[in-house]
Structure formats: structure tokens, C-alpha cells
Design a protein around this ligand. Structure first.
Ligand code: IPE
Ligand code: MG
Length: 235
């Protein structure tokens, strides 16, 4: 979700206004996801690198998230809310609000909304490696036999599926430490507009474009034989 600050600057508003407007866009996109029965939506709300910002801006972002968790409209929707990230340095009230939202919504089945807050992909991989090392030390795993599945089982949310579609707004074409384990084969979608300007039609458009991509995961394209070709409907 990129472009909150530039959205505000463009309007001569202080950056916090951009983060407030960005929260409304989150509600809109979550509703759009529910409309079409999307199973998983994962939002990158605050990265381990965002601590480099001004304290005031950090406080605004984290407090906006906290307030939305406790008072926002997602509370009443069929959304299972989860948190991916680390509590280090986060305000206790935010950690508690995240844990409350997880507890309150854990039996919902409509959409799993994972909020990445104080999340970094390398941090996640480093912590997962540490968890594996502990399992080795405890004698639970033979280090010579560690598989990708073993690694995945030690991730903070082992049931989180691979990323199918990674969408970044705000005219930047990079993934910025977002879900490196899960997004290795993600289809990438970059759009120029700022996050507060998106609405559910942009999500649907992204998914429509995604559905036209040919995903091979490293396999060769399907060869069309002469017989197959003659069986194709003529246009
Ligand atoms: C994204 O918008 C929101 C967060 C990182 C929390 P930015 O704050 O990065 O907005 P720009 O990139 O400065 O416009
Ligand atoms: Mg940005």
C-alpha cells in the first residue's frame, strides 16, 4: 500500500492525512475482496524499515492502525484478522489490539486478512532459521534432512499460502522485503496511482489481469500438438 504521503502532499495536506485516507482505502479493498470471495488478503502496513521515519509519522501510522482495529468497520465483517510481524518496539496498546482482533475473529471464515506490521521478509526468514536451529538442537530434526516443508512449518503462520498476486501501488516497481518466502512465484502488478485513491474496481481489475497470466512455476509451456490445434474452435 504505497503513496499515502504523496497523496497528501499533492493536496497540500500533512502526511498523516494520507495515512487516514489510506485506512478508508483498506476498508474499500477488504469489501471488494469479500464481494468476490477472495480467501486471503495480506496487507503490508508497516515494515521493519519504516522505523527510519520521523517519530511523529510512525506514531500516527501505528495509532491509526490501532484505532481502526478497535473501532473500525472491519470488526463487523466476516473477516478473520491476523497479524504478521514482531512485537519488538511496537506500542503495547497496538500489540494488545492486534491480539484482541485475532482472538475476536478467529472463527470467521469469509476472508483471512493478514496485516503485516513491523514485518520484514529477511527478519521473518532469520527468525525461522533460528527456530529450525532450535529444533535441531533439541534433536527434533536432522540438519542433513531439512526440507523446504520443514522450513515452511517453522514460519510464523505455517498455513499462509503462497502469494498468487502481489500488487503495489504508488508507481514503484519493487517488492521491498515483502513475503520473500511466499512470493517467489507471485505474479507482479504495479500501478501508478496512490493507495488512498484505489477502490474495489482496481482490485478486481488486478485480479482480471492476473487471471490472464500463464503461470508455469518453472515448467515448460504446454506444447500444442497438431491434433490439439485442429480441435481448437476457429475464431
Ligand atoms: C504507504 O504510504 C504507507 C506506509 C508505509 C505506512 P507512504 O507513507 O510510503 O507514502 P509515500 O510513498 O511517502 O507517498
Ligand atoms: Mg512509500
Amino acid at each position: 500500500m504505497d503513496g499515502n504521503g504523496r497523496w497528501a502532499q499533492q493536496r497540500g495536506l500533512p502526511r498523516p492525512e494520507g495515512h487516514h485516507a489510506g485506512t478508508t482505502a483498506v476498508h474499500e479493498i477488504v469489501c471488494g475482496a469479500l464481494d468476490i470471495g477472495l480467501r486471503h488478503l495480506t496487507l503490508y502496513a508497516f515494515s521493519t524499515e519504516n522505523w527510519k521515519r520521523d517519530t511523529d509519522e510512525i506514531t500516527t501510522i501505528l495509532e491509526t492502525i490501532r484505532r481502526d482495529l478497535d473501532e473500525g468497520p472491519l470488526r463487523d465483517l466476516d473477516v478473520r484478522q491476523r497479524w504478521l510481524g514482531h512485537p519488538d518496539k511496537l506500542p503495547t496498546e497496538l500489540v494488545q489490539a492486534l491480539q484482541r482482533a485475532e482472538r475476536r475473529t478467529r472463527n470467521r471464515i469469509g476472508l483471512t486478512l493478514t496485516m503485516c506490521i513491523n514485518y520484514g521478509g529477511r527478519d521473518e526468514i532469520t527468525r525461522t532459521a533460528a527456530a529450525l536451529a532450535q529444533a535441531v538442537q533439541a534433536g527434533d530434526i536432522d540438519p542433513h534432512l531439512i526440507s523446504e516443508e520443514d522450513f515452511a512449518r517453522h514460519l510464523p503462520h505455517p498455513d499462509m499460502p503462497d502469494v498468487d498476486l502481489l500488487w503495489r501501488t504508488g508507481n514503484e516497481q519493487r517488492t521491498s522485503n515483502f513475503l520473500p518466502w511466499h512470493a517467489t512465484y507471485a505474479e507482479l502488478h504495479f500501478t501508478p496511482g496512490y493507495w488512498p485513491d484505489v477502490d474495489r474496481r482496481d482490485l478486481w481489475q488486478a485480479i482480471t489481469e492476473y487471471s490472464r497470466r500463464q503461470r508455469r512455476h518453472g515448467a515448460a509451456p504446454l506444447a500444442i500438438t497438431r491434433d490439439d490445434a485442429s480441435a481448437l474452435p476457429s475464431r
